[in-house]
Write a protein that binds this ligand. Sequence first.
Ligand SMILES: Nc1nc2c(ncn2[C@@H]2O[C@H](COP(=O)(O)OP(=O)(O)OP(=O)(O)O)[C@@H](O)[C@H]2O)c(=O)[nH]1
Ligand SMILES: [Mg+2]
Length: 375
Amino acid sequence: MFNFFKSKKSRPEEEKAVEKEETAEGAALSPQSNGEIPQDAVKTSLPAESEPVTAKSEVAQEETKPIGFAGKLRLGLARTRQNLSKQLSGLFGGGKIDEELYEELETILLTADTGVNATTQLLEDLRQQVKKKGLTDAADLKTALKESLVEMLKPLERPLDTTTNSPFVIMITGVNGVGKTTSIGKLAKYFQSQGKSVLLAAGDTFRAAAREQLIAWGERNNVTVVAPDTGVDKKNDPAAVIFDAINAAKARGIDIVLADTAGRLTTQMHLMEEIKKVKRVIGKAIPDAPHEVMLVLDANTGQNAVTQVKAFDEALDVTGLILTKLDGTAKGGVVAAICGQYPQNPPALRFIGVGEGLDDLRPFNANDFVDALFD
Ligand SMILES: Nc1nc2c(ncn2[C@@H]2O[C@H](COP(=O)(O)OP(=O)(O)OP(=O)(O)O)[C@@H](O)[C@H]2O)c(=O)[nH]1
Ligand SMILES: [Mg+2]
């Protein structure tokens, strides 16, 4: 049922061991709905041809890009920044700080997807700063607003520590089309650049193209992908695929497992139940896994992103977020909106995505983000 799509030369001895272990453990802890995994379902077969199929030219292109991530972030957020600065320049151009100004600022923040809670919080903080510092000129408000924003967003800045477990299992989830699979490709490269070994689990068994998409990312990064067989009559269970992948990672001493899952709407109750099952089965492969439940959000969805955090958190206890597509027409305020929703303990925003390339995903940094939002 499951195949390894390897980009490296195969090592027969090691793989035999993997096969043996998977067959034994997989059969014992069947994630199939009927309680059993057929013998052939847990066998790990390796394609006869396991030479790398690396898209070298694409990788090379990515690597020669002259612009750093801070530059990319600025570039990605250019539209947001232009929009914001057009509106703010009138406001912060100079003049008196009065109620009218606060009201205008409130409207600007709300239309930038900041949400009611975060906007209220920001304005309160700004008023306090104005009082404390004795600010009288509207021109000073820009720096004050930046400070308030950084203070609000700082609690989101909690980088992911993957050294606590080996393998460290990251389960990726989110609604359809937010950038889950693309983020996995980028994460694979990111972790490899830190000297970690990575294995990808093609747990999206829903869409036919999903498997191929992940395999292509695996090839670009030179990492192994555990994917279900494409056999027409076989109904592949995402939990079983990921379970198998984790066992393979254990046997091979892999540092990080990135498990892809199919996109789902939070209103599709049966699919929300399915993803809970995936998480439970992961815990059978390694008792305290998944070590990270990562929810991917599309920055363009504005306030909807906040609703998604709530629903997925209720189902899965989300531990980290990835915010993608900040390079488009996204207004950026959604980052603050998340803080506004969880003023005491906001979820960790692990990474942000600012493009479709391999290097377009980096850890979130509140200072850099706020800097890129303003002129
Ligand atoms: N501009 C931009 N596009 C992105 C970013 N991340 C992902 N995308 C694009 O978004 C589209 C969807 O990405 P996928 O990774 O397939 O999304 P997914 O969540 O896996 O989708 P499903 O598996 O269908 O639910 C693709 O065209 C990606 O190239 C980003 O940070 N910026
Ligand atoms: Mg996908």
